[in-house]
Design a protein around this ligand. Structure first.
Ligand SMILES: [Zn+2]
Length: 286
């Protein structure tokens, strides 16, 4: 799954190449790609026509295109393999092209949703007064959002009977932190993933949030180079950041701080990577 930095790279690409263009028509080539739009593919295409796209927005891993002068927005679900491409009209259709959006201007490019596995798609939603698609109104702000409330997050951690990695992945507390960046931030903060959140002091929470932001900004800095080209895409693999990872995927390799072999443990149908020396397991109190 793409994480926040990958989605932000796509958002920036869309802001550059798609914002403020008026939709001429939309063509749905595979109904599964609009299955979340209950009124069906024809209705979806019809409702987009004639509207100008506003500034693409993001919260956590959710990305949407507001339709200007309406209370509606197109939410993009990238799923495992979804890509949003801005392509010249004459570029042959991709093998897994699902949706094509043409514009009224003469820029010569169109927006394409390409998805090999068709877990992703586009859907149209009413927006809340904050401008969020209603289906994601419950999603918390992400740590790169200037309005993210560090103090409220800390107090929520203290109140909850949960462990720190679960909390980092809880989209109602903090959004946009996935498995990869959670492991990276915890390694930087020297926190074990099963540390009870109620034991975190305010300075520890502040430090952890700082590491979460640093990891995401580092990924953005690397991925940000790719949105200069016309080709906007996300492949769901976080590929361009792989070489910079300190924890995720490094089982058996020496910790970059203390050289102890890194470990991997099964965790909620995923894996947690950590250094057994830098990130001590919490003592079990029975
Ligand atoms: Zn270590």
């Amino acid at each position: 799954m793409p994480e926040l930095p990958e989605v932000e790279v796509v958002r920036r690409g869309l802001e550059r190449w798609v914002a403020h263009r008026t939709v001429a028509d939309a063509e749905v080539l595979h109904p599964r790609a609009v299955r979340r739009h209950l009124a069906g593919p024809d209705d979806f295409a019809h409702r987009l026509g004639g509207h100008r796209i506003g500034t693409p927005s993001r919260r956590g891993k959710y990305l949407w295109l507001p339709l200007e002068d309406t209370d509606q927005a197109v939410l993009a679900h990238l799923g495992m393999s979804g890509q949003l491409l801005v392509q010249p009209h004459e570029t042959p259709a991709e093998k897994h092209l699902r949706i094509r959006v043409r514009f009224t201007d003469a820029l010569g490019t169109e927006l394409r949703f390409v998805d090999q596995r068709t877990f992703g798609g586009l859907s149209l939603h009413e927006t809340t007064p904050d401008g969020l698609p209603d289906v994601i109104a419950h999603i918390a702000r992400d740590p790169l959002d200037p309005l993210f409330d560090d103090e409220a997050f800390h107090l929520a951690l203290r109140r909850k009977r949960t462990t720190i990695k679960r909390a980092l992945l809880d989209q109602s507390l903090i959004s946009g932190v996935g498995n990869i960046y959670a492991d990276e931030a915890l390694w930087r903060a020297r926190l074990h993933y099963e540390r009870p959140t109620a034991t975190l002091t305010r300075p520890r929470t502040t430090e952890l949030l700082g590491h979460v932001r640093d990891v995401m900004n580092a990924a953005l800095a690397v991925g940000g180079t790719s949105f200069d080209s016309l080709y906007v895409n996300v492949n769901g693999e976080s590929g361009y950041f792989d070489r910079s990872l300190d924890a995720y995927g490094r089982e058996g390799l020496p910790c970059r701080r203390c050289a102890t072999p890194m470990r991997r443990r099964p965790w909620m149908n995923r894996s947690s990577y950590f250094c057994p020396r830098c990130q001590r397991a919490p003592r079990v109190t029975a």
